[in-house]
Design a protein around this ligand. Structure first.
Ligand SMILES: [Ca+2]
Ligand SMILES: [Ca+2]
Length: 350
């Protein structure tokens, strides 16, 4: 008789041991913890981003309010300007650091700063206040010869390029689709041929930046001319505020333009001071200048002609560029154009 041996089970048990079950539970728990931690990190990041965004929006809102206070202050100064027939660089809106430089508003401040060429030396100075648009050439009104002279002076370019740029402005704003010079200008045919095509405006400029759509006006050209041109006002240039460049463009020779700048600056040679001379009416331009400086007969004729066609002594549209600051890192620039009565014509924040 064969003795019976105990039966042995072959292979591992199909049921996990208690230790292994515990190990699996631990791994699942660890994975869950990892996932939850990842979620927590992502959530934390998103919340932080949203808090940063909210803080930035809140800061931008505060900066905007400070800049608006700067624009409001400028308009108040314009409205307080005494009623008179002329406007000049000595007016309180023009260069008034006490009213427009580093003015505290709450926990921030604003400044209304601009650059200008000093009357005597021609060196660049910083002024604090508004810039009248009537000191500039109005590209909606200027005739071909004025624009041509202007581009020749300000871009130091040859006659052909100056004529092309002048013609491109005329053709952009005139209603017809005829080229105003035989070649070099542009109407629909040119603008339709561009990779991102559009039509010629065939009506007046509504914002100055529109120039960037016109043939020949690259960013580089725009940067060089932008402080000398405007789309606001009636088209006449205020002889009390115009720069020498603009006076040249209107057709005055260098000697007359120099004398106008010197006359305006007064005895101290600095414009915007108490001893400044002012042209209070158009009829005074020739007599006052020829009384102060010798002018030839042809210069008198030239000044009479330019004064009759292009000059005025008053300004009604003003560029107000307010820079608001909360600290060294947070600032906002608001550029606006307002009429003397406070009506805002243009507003841009950047
Ligand atoms: Ca046209
Ligand atoms: Ca002076």
């Amino acid at each position: 008789m064969i003795p019976l041996e105990p039966i042995k089970l072959l292979g591992p048990s199909v049921f996990p041991s208690a230790a292994k079950r515990k190990g699996s539970i631990l791994i699942v728990a660890l994975w869950s913890l990892c996932l939850l931690s990842s979620f927590a990190v992502i959530l934390n990041y998103q919340v932080r981003q949203e808090l940063v965004l909210a803080s930035r929006l809140e800061q931008r809102g505060r900066l905007r309010l400070i800049a608006e206070a700067g624009v409001a202050k400028a308009i108040m100064e314009l409205k307080n300007d005494p009623e008179k027939t002329y406007h000049c660089l000595g007016d309180s809106w023009s260069n008034n650091p006490g009213a427009f430089k580093d003015i505290q508003v709450g926990d921030g401040e604003f400044s209304l700063a601009y650059s200008y060429a000093d009357g005597k030396s021609g060196s660049l100075q910083t002024g604090y206040g508004c810039v009248d648009e009537e000191r500039k050439i109005n590209i909606n009104k200027a005739e071909f010869i004025v624009l041509e002279r202007f581009f020749k002076i300000v871009l130091s370019c040859d006659d052909a390029l100056a004529q092309q740029l002048a013609a491109c402005i005329l053709d952009w704003r005139d209603a017809d689709s005829e080229l105003s010079i035989p070649s070099g200008s542009a109407e629909d045919t040119y603008y339709h041929s561009l990779p991102f095509s559009y039509a010629a405006k065939n009506s007046l400029f509504e914002v100055l930046d529109e120039l960037l759509l016109v043939k020949g006006f690259s960013d580089n050209v725009f940067e060089k001319i932008k402080d000398y041109v405007t789309i606001y006002g009636e088209g006449r240039v205020n002889i009390n505020t115009a720069s020498e460049v603009v006076l040249f463009a209107l057709g005055l020779d260098e000697d007359i333009a120099d004398k106008i700048i010197l006359y305006r600056a007064g005895k101290d040679g600095v414009s915007g001071t108490l001893d400044d001379n002012v042209f209070v009416s158009n009829s005074e331009i020739v007599p006052n200048l020829s009384q102060a400086y010798p002018l030839s007969a042809s210069q008198v004729e030239q000044l009479n002609r330019v004064a009759a066609l292009f000059l005025s002594v008053s300004s009604n549209n003003f560029l107000i560029r307010a820079t608001a600051k909360l600290n060294a890192r947070n600032s906002l620039v608001v550029s606006s154009v307002a009429k003397r009565d406070g009506k805002i014509l243009y507003w841009r924040e950047n």
